[in-house]
Design a protein around this ligand. Structure first.
Ligand code: ADP
Length: 315
């Protein structure tokens, strides 16, 4: 159970959360905590369960089983809805409304509306107030959709692939805007993304999912520090003994060149070159190796020690 002290600490706490569509589980046995005040990336391949998870947190999808709390309150509480903004992938806007009318609608629908924040976001992108939303570019539509979302003054902002349809320049601009506004308003952001590079630059936390289950969760720095990328020359196909004693997430050999992503259980012995991997290398390693044991940092674990092989590791 969540104590009163803890209530504001965790923006999202899922315990044994599951969602089944007919016979198929889209999300299963999902337990994770996301601390308040973070920008958390939700990553995973197509069909991993990302949209379902966002929908569960936004109350668009009903859980089949388990418990989901937002800032300590059950997701079904009406107060939770008022504090949450959800931006779907297609960023629905009324195409015949102008930018100004769209903001007015936001003001009328939301009792806690922050006109100043919404206008600031629109103005900094030089959006013409009289333009119809249907005539805006992808980047401009994203900006207006974010203005609507931040105008709600949400405690939790859920974004489904916010940058998917943007060119690199617009994605960079919208990413910067998102981070600046989240910091300004103290908003916790959970965003799904295919673009690992965006996640690496924007997010200080990460939840990686596959097959509806957690593969990795925690602060990005802590997750990175728990891994090593080891390379060296190796003549047989088997994983070398010095490497096999660690938790091996992924091992590959190309010719004589051997590479492994590991969670070290102590010093790496032998003539191996060992470096801290990038976030992309870690994510790709887990996505390519569905059977590798998941890793959740202590902070990210919602239900105590999970079924994972190793605990805290000294790199
Ligand atoms: P992602 O966002 O990571 O691509 P989704 O959450 O959309 O993944 O989907 C997870 C799984 O649930 C997929 O197998 C998908 O086909 C299935 N699914 C999602 N929504 C529905 C639905 N409304 N009805 C039936 N199956 C669904």
């Amino acid at each position: 159970m969540t104590s009163a002290d803890d209530a504001g600490r965790w923006a999202v706490e899922a315990r044994g959360l599951g969602k089944r569509y007919r016979r198929r589980w889209a999300v299963r046995d999902f337990s994770v905590r996301i601390p308040a005040g973070t920008v958390c990336g939700l990553v995973g391949p197509n069909g991993a369960g990302k949209s379902t998870l966002l929908g569960l947190a936004a109350r668009i999808v009903r859980p089949t089983e388990g418990d989901l709390r937002i800032f300590g309150s059950p997701v079904a509480d009406s107060a939770v809805l008022a504090g949450t903004a959800f931006l779907a992938q297609d960023k629905p806007l009324f195409p015949r409304f102008t930018v100004e009318e769209t903001l007015r609608l936001g003001r009328e629908l939301n009792p806690r509306w922050d006109q100043e924040a919404a206008e600031r976001i629109v103005r900094s992108g030089k959006l013409p107030l009289g333009a119809r939303t249907g005539s805006l570019s992808g980047g401009q539509r994203s900006r207006l959709a974010l203005a609507l979302a931040f105008g709600k003054r949400p405690r939790l902002l859920l974004l489904d692939e916010p940058m998917a349809d943007l060119d690199p320049l617009a994605a960079h601009e919208i990413g910067g805007l998102l981070m600046a506004e989240a910091a300004e308003q103290g908003t916790t952001v959970v965003m799904s993304s295919h673009r690992l590079a965006d996640v690496a630059t924007m997010c200080d936390h990460l939840v990686a999912v596959d097959g509806g289950r957690v593969r990795l969760a925690g602060g990005t720095e802590e997750l990175l520090a728990a891994h090593r990328l080891v390379t060296g020359v190796h003549l047989t196909e088997s994983v070398p003994a010095e490497i096999a004693r660690h938790t091996v997430v992924e091992a590959r050999a190309v010719g004589r060149q051997f590479t492994a992503l590991i969670r070290p259980r102590g010093p790496v012995e032998g003539a191996w070159k060992s470096v801290e991997p990038t976030l992309e290398e870690v994510l790709l390693g887990y996505m390519r190796s569905p059977s590798a044991p998941p890793m959740l940092t202590t902070e990210a674990r919602a239900d105590g020690p999970q079924n994972q092989e190793d605990e805290e590791v000294a790199a």
